[in-house]
Design a protein around this ligand. Structure first.
Ligand SMILES: [Zn+2]
Length: 162
């Protein structure tokens, strides 16, 4: 069994599937099915190429357990040291909703605190390999800034359960 021993990085993705009126639960189920085809036989614990998904209708979905790696970044050295978080949507084609952004900030701040992730180790997928992921419109610098201020602000004790 492969274990994700180190939680050194957080890598941000988008799913590349444009948001629609379709139930985000069904979208996530389809993503999982698609990813499991590739790895489930070899790795029975494999659920998705992401650990967490954040949707426009403000749900946090679970993929692989954070005990295990996700094959998400195109770089196995990073895959075995990273938590994969994806935002449902295609941010090459649409803009990230403010509420979805805020939920992402809250969720990722929690991971940063829980695993003591260094800020410079919060990466967007396109910093690792040549891809547009998480999308040309994705406000990555703002996201990172908000996470940093959220983690530093001790009055913001609010936390969500993962
Ligand atoms: Zn990606």
């Amino acid at each position: 069994m492969i274990e994700l021993l180190e939680k050194e990085y957080i890598v941000i993705h988008h799913t590349g599937i444009k948001n629609s009126n379709e139930n985000s639960f069904l979208v996530w189920e389809n993503i999982k099915k698609f990813h499991q085809i590739k790895y489930k036989e070899k790795f029975p614990w494999y659920i998705a190429d992401y650990h967490f998904g954040i949707s426009k209708d403000l749900r946090v979905f679970n993929g692989n357990s954070i005990e295990y790696p996700c094959f998400h970044s195109g770089d196995n050295n990073i895959n075995f040291k990273s938590i994969a978080v994806t935002f449902l949507g295609n941010f090459d084609e649409e803009l990230l909703d403010k509420k979805q952004f805020d939920l992402g900030v809250l969720m990722i701040s929690d991971l940063v605190k829980r695993f003591n992730i260094k800020y410079e180790k919060i990466l967007k997928h396109c910093e690792i390999v040549n891809t547009s992921c998480p999308g040309n419109n994705f406000p990555f610098e703002e996201l990172k800034k908000e996470i940093i201020s959220n983690v530093k602000d001790e009055s913001k004790k609010e936390s969500i359960i993962l």
